[in-house]
Write a protein that binds this ligand. Sequence first.
Ligand code: CA
Length: 420
Amino acid sequence: MILDLAADSPFSIHTLPYGVFRPSATEPARVGVAIGTAVLDLAALAATGHFDGPALRGGNVFALPSLNAFMALGRPAWDEARGRVQTLLAPGLNGRPLAPGVAEALRPIDCVELLLPAAIGDYTDFYSSREHATNVGSMFRGPDQALLPNWLHLPVAYHGRAGTVVRSGAEIIRPRGQMLPPGAPTPVFGPTAELDFELEVGFFAGPGNRPGEPISIRSAANHIFGLVLVNDWSARDIQRWEYRPLGPFLSKNFATTISPWVVPLAALEPFRRPGPPQSPEPLDYLRDDSDWAFDIHLAATLQSEAMRVAGMPPLVITRTNFRHLYWSMPQQLAHHTINGCAVRPGDLLASGTISGPMPDSRGSLLELTWGGAQPLELPTGETRRFLEDGDRLALTGWCQGDGYQVGFGEAAATVRAANR
Ligand code: CA
């Protein structure tokens, strides 16, 4: 196979995201890198001696059905692998022949089965967008109590459910549960009427830490392997009834969709930017003078079943940016471990919904329709307060370089009717 690299391909030579795939139903899953419209089979390259450097020591970690072992090796191995893959693919960018074994290790992405990239032991969801927290707090508690007193002092989070993180494409079954209709004296039971998405970006932890030994904010870069798009599906009516005092439970733990390709931190370096100013100044363990925001364009599209039948393209319903986040990834990691909590390779730490400052940059339907009061209009004439059965919701993200993209691909799923 030859390299096919369009200028607007999300998977340029500057991206080189890692994923796990099965070449065919009879072959074992292994690690690959996306390039253009192809997957480069790293297990096949390792078997022919292409990863014999000191940190990778043969690259056996690529012949496994998850990225966890590779994540555990740490930054020297990550840098070595990325450098090696860039060297192997570089001739193909100029139309020159690839080294023996490399062309044979390329497979069309459309012909392989993409799997979850990691065996996720723990999933933590932060709440790090000031705009999102302010919007939701205003709706749930009123504008006077929008930001609770702790919010500007620590990155608020809760423990999500790792076992229900699913790959892009897996369908989402509308959850059922308890909710208290407005003005009703007692709760009712049924399918959620307020199914929502949350546009988030998550990162996978690298080597991790021993219990009792926090990850310092200054060493965080060695513990952030790479980033994926995250849709933290939410049932708002169930959430509103259950969330006090311990936070969301059944309103969010039924499914979380992630994109299949993990974009390494190294690929994002050209897009590093200063984050929003923080006031009041955080406590010492959360302080870091380096820039930890990244200019990642984010968007969500919605396509109803009727739009699909009519051949209408998905409608962009929001555009936002990762750089709006108030709390950075190192602050999240430092805070998560400051009490001695151990983080392990393959743990997923998500940002929380990323909303921007403008009404059309809000990262959930709850905010875009302001609790359903301002429904979205679709090109078919349909309206949406929340998601309906048959809706396909897709998140996408990309960094725009000079003539190239560092793209995340897509985290997408279609909503199915509740089980009876
Ligand atoms: Ca969330």
